[in-house]
Design a protein. Structure first.
Length: 115
């Protein structure tokens, strides 16, 4: 299972969305307040869009498909599992990233700055 997830994560990194590329350009290489983020991070049976492992923060960028009932339930199950493992989960809508980048970055900073 781990090898399969690693392969899928590599494919997702190669085929990132424009929204993922935009956020990654800000988070990568400790550019964001010197916090280290990784992308397409595999944990248990899930692949997370972005993760600050040290602060246990997961960031998921969501497009319109996440507003469908089937996906809402899947996301809720996933978020509950990750929260039980001690992770904070931040879901960001793609359009929010485009329309309110500063607000999104403020929220991320707030979460990584928590003790």
């Amino acid at each position: 299972m781990k090898k399969r997830l690693t392969k899928v994560a590599r494919q997702l990194r190669k085929n990132q969305t424009d929204y993922e590329a935009k956020l990654w350009s800000i988070l990568r290489g400790r550019r964001f307040s010197n916090f280290k983020f990784v992308r397409q991070y595999a944990i248990d049976n899930y692949i997370i869009d972005f993760c600050c492992r040290r602060k246990k923060l997961m960031i998921e960028l969501d497009g319109g498909q996440h507003n469908e009932i089937r996906n809402i339930k899947t996301d809720q199950t996933r978020d509950k599992h990750l929260k039980l493992k001690g992770y904070k989960v931040l879901r960001i809508w793609n359009n929010e990233l485009s329309e309110n980048l500063e607000g999104v970055l403020d929220r991320i900073y707030e979460l990584v700055s928590e003790e």
